[in-house]
Design a protein around this ligand. Structure first.
Ligand code: ATP
Length: 366
């Protein structure tokens, strides 16, 4: 499957001035598992629908390889049926009067695929998705999660070049959701299908994607591997949207923004004087350490006095609440903490774990 390219893509619904998606430039390569991630209303579904051909662009163009499928200036528009993509939405519609097997081979019959090939393909996807034993049942006799798998199987059986999935796991309970994620990942590896997957769930995106596109207010914020997004967020929005517990932020713009900002300011002017107009500094909870003795603080760290104000077990890991120079910081640890409420000591963060943002919120770090 050739690369899908959105160029300066924009969508305004019903001729309104409000842009559901604006100025979107995005490339989805062959075999990629791309997650569109962002809060409710940020334009994820609109983007998916534009790629599928269910929505016309208001501006810009979409190409698949060399083929222009939507271009506002030339008036080109290729319909959804002719784009060769499979779509599974949050609400999946199975045919209630057809057995699971008939539901699964529905698309193949429609395409008049010969019987022997049809049976072989249906068998393979039903086995992969673990629904072969339900072949003679009707959708009403299956659980929601099993029905969801049938919807996916029906899509995969026709072997689309691109699979477009809009929150397809949102109705499942936590355990099934996890199982289905693992299954989707296996499917992606087995079928090498290009997948575009819409989710507002950062963990879902982090666990599934080869590449994540983070969106906010109709605009693309960052595209990168899950690791890039987490370790090198392009701006404050991405830094704060991804990560749980959320990243700790020290506000630095306002001269009166508290003693912790003062401490950070002194640290940066000593070690990194080239950094001007720092707006804020982010520190992931797992990057913060706490020690009782100043001698144990690693050289070159951002560090200051802190006291423990809470130790919260979360099952296998702990969140420790600290107060440092009057500000709250949260750190996480997988080791049973050797401290309790009221312990006095020092927090420290290594320089490579400091996320520095400028006064516009963009990443500012060499
Ligand atoms: P969610 O996670 O809640 O589904 P989303 O990120 O998928 O949200 P979209 O559904 O793409 O977001 O919506 C983007 C913006 O466009 C929202 O402000 C939404 O209200 C608006 N919008 C979506 N569909 C329409 C429509 N058919 N007519 C008018 N406005 C729409």
């Amino acid at each position: 499957m050739p690369t899908i390219r959105l160029k300066d893509a924009e969508k305004r619904y019903g001729g309104t001035a409000v842009k559901a998606v604006s100025n979107l430039n995005l490339e989805i390569g062959d075999g990629e598992f791309m997650c569109l991630l962002g809060p409710s209303g940020c334009g994820k579904t609109t983007t998916l629908r534009m790629i599928s051909g269910l929505e016309h662009l208001s501006q810009g163009q979409i190409t698949i390889g060399d083929r222009v499928v939507d271009c506002v200036s030339s008036g080109t528009f290729v319909t959804a049926e002719k784009r060769g993509m499979g779509l599974v939405f949050q609400s999946y519609a199975l045919w209630p009067h057809m057995t699971i097997e008939r539901n699964t081979d529905f698309g193949l019959r429609l395409r008049k695929v010969p019987k022997a090939e049809r049976e072989a393909r249906v068998e393979k996807v039903m086995k992969t998705l673990g629904i072969a034993q339900y072949r003679d049942r009707y959708p009403s006799q299956l659980s929601g999660g099993q029905q969801q798998r049938v919807a996916l199987a029906r899509m995969l059986a026709v072997n689309p070049d691109v699979l477009l999935l809009d929150e397809p796991l949102s109705n499942l309970d936590a355990r099934l959701r996890l199982e289905m994620r693992a299954e989707l990942k296996r499917l992606h590896e087995a079928f090498k299908t290009t997948i575009v997957f819409v989710t507002h769930d950062q963990w879902e995106a982090m666990t599934l994607a080869t590449s994540i596109a983070v969106m906010s207010d109709g605009e693309l914020q960052q595209v990168g591997t899950p690791n890039d997004i987490y370790e090198r967020p392009a701006n404050r929005f991405v830094a704060e949207f991804v990560g749980s517990p959320p990243i700790n932020i020290i506000e630095m713009t306002d001269q009166s923004s508290g003693p912790l900002a003062g401490l950070a300011r002194a640290y940066f002017s000593k070690f990194y004087p080239q950094l001007k107009s720092i707006g804020s500094v982010g520190m992931r909870p797992e990057a913060i350490g706490f020690v009782r003795d100043a001698g144990a603080v690693p050289e070159g760290s951002l560090s200051g006095r802190a006291s423990v104000t809470g130790v919260l077990p979360t099952g296998g890991s702990w969140i420790i609440e600290l107060v440092a120079e009057g500000s709250k910081l949260f750190l996480t640890t997988h080791q049973p903490p050797a401290v309790s409420d009221g312990a006095e000591g020092l927090f420290h963060v290594p320089p490579e774990a400091l996320h520095v943002f400028d006064d516009k919120g963009d990443r500012d770090w060499v």
